[in-house]
Design a binder for this molecule. Structure first.
Ligand SMILES: Cc1cc2nc3c(=O)[nH]c(=O)nc-3n(C[C@H](O)[C@H](O)[C@H](O)COP(=O)(O)O)c2cc1C
Length: 381
């Protein structure tokens, strides 16, 4: 393998891979795994499916796509969590997974409005599941034919990406951009942004250290490695989890340099590149956005998700790259010190919870993340 090809490979700690340049790489693109992005606008003959085809493109932790949908009657559906798709090590209380459902439900609402339907969404109709999500529904949704106001942010849904590339440190989002991103949040979220030098520096250090904890601990590291899809075939066969794709990935895999075992082996190139890729991400933040909530109910978590995707769509509209850095917010013992520091740094007092931390900046374009087809997400009643 030519040296230059190797150098163009960047593994993210969270598992995605970005290939910079290299035309021949296109033939190794897992096109099938990205098909739901191309199919969302095609029309499925049932408004619920037309809406859900957009909702499945929602951001969600580790791209686990835990949604299971049961169509009820002619105009309703129920959303459940696939309990085999949670992340017990990095997300012990299912907080992040619940936020992902909030992102999903906001896209339900936006897509419905676009098609002339008001989505009546009832959160946790059989009660809020604690301490963990269970088999009870996350939401009931009814589509009512109406003339709801269309959502301007909807035009960004197909362009939205989680961008893990190193950002251009010479460019900082403007005050105007930051205001637009904060303003997109729902009033239930305590959303804020900053490009203040001292705070940015502190957050860079904190997110970097928190990432090193997550990658150094065998069980949290393996939780990512276990769902990494390495190369075209694995991405197409299992289009959920963390995607590593492109010709150099297939080449490294073929010679045995990029395997789950190498990713898990301290000192191996794959292990080290994953670590440093994400370190670079942390180090190149030029601004941050975050959401705090006064309480931490399941409802708060869903509403956080709704604000989250709205803020990301607002960033997309302004060409601002958006990359969540959730490590310091994770609720396991070894992260405790960073969890407390981030709450202190962002002024989360009186029991407030920091639900989201995202770095903002400017970076090159990346392809959409894999998605399972809509049909794979439907369950029988
Ligand atoms: C609650 C939540 C937490 C997330 N945390 C991280 C994170 O810490 N690091 C990261 O790279 N991506 C994070 N993501 C982004 C997901 O990995 C991403 O949405 C998923 O891989 C699908 O990719 P897409 O957003 O480009 O469609 C998070 C997403 C959500 C909803």
């Amino acid at each position: 393998m030519p040296h230059t090809t190797r150098r163009r490979i960047l593994l993210t700690g969270a598992g995605a891979v970005v290939i910079l340049g290299g035309g021949w790489g296109l033939t190794r693109d897992p096109k099938q795994a990205r098909a739901p992005w191309r199919q969302a606008s095609q029309g499925f003959g049932d408004p619920r499916l037309d809406v859900l085809a957009y909702a499945i493109l929602a951001p969600n932790p580790h791209n686990m796509q835990p949604w299971r949908i049961r169509l009820d009657g002619d105009d309703r559906f129920t959303v459940f969590c696939d309990l085999t798709r949670t992340l017990p090590h990095t997300d012990p209380p299912n907080r992040q997974i619940t936020i992902g459902f909030g992102c999903f439900l906001e896209l339900v609402r936006q897509a419905a409005a676009e098609k002339g339907y008001r989505a009546e969404i009832e959160y946790f109709p059989e009660g809020e599941p604690f301490p963990l999500l269970d088999q009870r529904p996350i939401a009931h949704v009814k589509l009512v034919e109406d003339a709801p106001a269309r959502e301007p942010l909807f035009s960004e849904v197909l362009s939205r990406r989680t961008n893990r590339l190193a950002f251009d440190t010479a460019q900082t989002p403007s005050a105007d951009d930051l205001t637009a991103i904060t303003d997109a949040a729902l009033s239930s979220a305590l959303a804020d942004t900053s490009s203040n030098g001292v705070l940015v520096e502190d957050l860079r250090n904190l997110t970097l250290n928190a990432w090193r904890v997550e990658w150094a601990l065998p069980h949290t590291r393996r939780e990512s490695i276990d769902v990494m899809r390495i190369g075209k075939r694995e991405n197409n066969e299992n289009p959920y989890g963390l995607s590593l794709a492109g010709a150099p990935i297939d080449a490294l895999k073929a010679v045995g340099l990029l395997t789950p075992e190498k990713l898990d082996q301290a000192g191996a190139t794959a292990y080290q590149q994953s670590l440093s890729f994400y370190e670079k991400a942390c180090e190149t933040a030029t601004a941050y956005a975050w959401i705090k909530t006064a309480a931490n109910s399941r409802r708060d978590q869903l509403e956080t998700g709704r604000s989250w995707v709205r803020m990301q769509l607002a960033a997309t509209a302004r060409n601002v790259a958006f990359h969540p850095l959730s490590q310091a917010l994770q609720e396991f013992a070894e992260m405790r010190e960073h969890y407390e520091s981030i709450h202190k740094l962002l002024g989360a007092d009186n029991g407030e919870t920091v639900q989201m931390l995202v770095r903002l900046g400017y970076a090159g374009a990346i392809p959409p993340a894999p998605r399972e087809p809509l049909t794979a997400k439907l369950i029988e009643g």
